[in-house]
Ligand binder design. Structure first.
Ligand code: HEM
Length: 167
C-alpha cells in the first residue's frame, strides 16, 4: 500500500483503521485471540468483538445510550448477535471505529453453521445492518453487500436464496 493513497485515519485508541484484515494483509493490523479478548472483561478494561473486529469500549461504557450494564454483560465476548439484535442505528455503527483496536484471529472466527444459527435467531431485527457480511454457508463462501443486506431480510432464507438462486 503506497503512502500516496493511504488515508491515515487514526481512532481514539491510536489504532490505524484505514484498512482491515478483510481488505488487505497489511502487517500493521493487530490480531487478537478469543482467549485474550476474554480477559478484558472489567469495567476498567473492557473489550468486545463485533463482526470479527475487536473493540476496546472501556472509555465508552459510561457514554453508551443503552447503558453500561448491557455492555458489561458482553465484555470479553463476541457481542455480534447482541449488537445486531438491538437494531443499532447507522450512527451507532459509525461510532464503532472510535473503539477499534484490531481483528479477531482467523482461527477463532465463528464457523458458518454457528453464525447462520445465530442469524436465524435474530433475523427479525437485522433487516438493514449496512455491513458487508461474509459467512460460510453450505460449504461455500457467501458475501452480502450492504445493498443486499438492506434489500433482504437478514435471515437464513435470504442467505439460502443468494446461495441457491430459485430455479
Ligand atoms: C461499541 C459498541 C456499541 C456502540 C458504539 C453502541 C452505540 C449505541 C447507540 C449510539 C445507541 C443509541 C441508539 C442507536 O443509535 O442505535 C445504543 C443503544 C443501545 N445499545 Fe448499544 N452500542 C454498542 C454495543 C452494544 C451492545 C454490545 C449491546 C448489547 C446488548 C447494546 C445494547 C444497546 C441497547 C439495549 C440500546 C438501547 C436501545 C433502545 O433504547 O432502543 N449496545 N447503542
Amino acid at each position: 500500500m503506497s503512502e500516496e493513497i493511504k488515508d491515515n485515519m487514526t481512532n481514539t485508541n491510536g489504532a490505524d483503521v484505514t484498512h482491515t484484515a478483510a481488505e488487505t494483509a497489511d502487517s500493521d493490523v493487530t490480531y487478537y485471540t478469543l482467549e485474550e479478548v476474554k480477559t478484558h472483561n472489567k469495567r476498567t478494561d473492557a473489550w468486545l468483538i463485533i463482526h470479527d473486529k475487536v473493540y476496546n469500549i472501556t472509555s465508552f461504557l459510561a457514554e453508551h445510550p443503552g447503558g453500561e450494564d448491557v455492555l458489561m454483560a458482553q465484555a470479553g465476548t463476541d457481542a455480534t448477535v447482541s449488537f445486531e439484535d438491538v437494531g443499532h442505528s447507522k450512527d451507532a455503527r459509525a461510532m464503532l471505529i472510535n473503539y477499534y483496536i484490531g481483528e479477531l484471529k482467523m482461527d477463532d472466527r465463528e464457523d458458518g453453521t454457528k453464525l447462520v444459527d445465530n442469524m436465524v435467531n435474530t433475523c427479525h431485527s437485522c433487516s438493514c445492518c449496512g455491513y458487508h457480511v461474509s459467512i460460510l454457508h453450505a460449504g461455500a463462501q457467501v458475501s452480502l453487500s450492504p445493498d443486499a443486506v438492506s434489500s433482504h431480510s437478514f435471515c437464513l432464507e435470504a442467505l439460502t436464496c443468494l446461495t441457491n438462486p430459485p430455479h
